[in-house]
Design a protein around this ligand. Sequence first.
Ligand SMILES: Cc1cc2nc3c(=O)[nH]c(=O)nc-3n(C[C@H](O)[C@H](O)[C@H](O)COP(=O)(O)OP(=O)(O)OC[C@H]3O[C@@H](n4cnc5c(N)ncnc54)[C@H](O)[C@@H]3O)c2cc1C
Length: 222
Amino acid sequence: MNIFIVYAHAEPKSFNGALLQAAQDTLLTAGHAVVVSDLYAMPFDPVSDRRNFTAVKNAAYFKQQIEELNATEVGGFAPDVEAELRKMEACDLMIWQFPLWWFGLPGILKGWADRVFVMGRTYGGECFYENGVFKGKRALLSLTTGGPESAYRKGAWNGDIDAILRPVQRGILRFTGWGVLAPHIVYAPVRITPEERSAALAAWADRLRAISSEKPIDVGEY
Ligand SMILES: Cc1cc2nc3c(=O)[nH]c(=O)nc-3n(C[C@H](O)[C@H](O)[C@H](O)COP(=O)(O)OP(=O)(O)OC[C@H]3O[C@@H](n4cnc5c(N)ncnc54)[C@H](O)[C@@H]3O)c2cc1C
């Protein structure tokens, strides 16, 4: 498979960095091709505005989705957006590796999605959800939290982790047609023992060795 990993952590020695390394090592050993966008290292500009485009449809009033439709038609995306679009279009499986921030994506990854999931090329017309542009491809969120697993159940301190991830799993990935695999969550890597962290890295590698045969989950509705 062609596997595209979007990685959002500023510290290479972080646990997210270790999860990225484990994924790269495991997937390459298994014979997959792996492309990584290390957003902080690039550095990827997460601000979405006219910088997304080389073409201009309406110079008098900036409406992002109108410019996206136009850029789709004329090939008018800025090189950084175009490069990420091509990586997404070329992959069979996309993995996002990130720490949970404020019940959501770190800004750099949210900004990546804001700029790269463009109207026209990645959704629109009749192409949404099960008929989405990325139908047949799979995506997986791999994340860490600060809080323990017991805090992320329905009715618990922070609440249902599936509901917390739904805006991303449904609102971005499923909306554009991806088959969403079960999220891979390492809860509170800061609070667990070094042995438990090693076991978590091994469990991630084990899962990835069998990833070719995994089936998408139901991401739920509102
Ligand atoms: C702005 C912001 C918002 C946040 N919002 C939330 C929130 O909404 N909900 C929530 O739960 N949390 C939240 N957090 C906490 C955040 O999710 C966690 O701090 C983060 O997920 C921990 O992952 P990390 O990679 O940064 O861990 P790190 O702190 O980098 O790593 C944890 C430990 O793993 C060790 N380690 C690194 N590599 C290895 C290795 N190879 N083998 C073994 N051990 C290793 C490190 O040395 C360290 O001791 C927030 C944090 C910030 C900054």
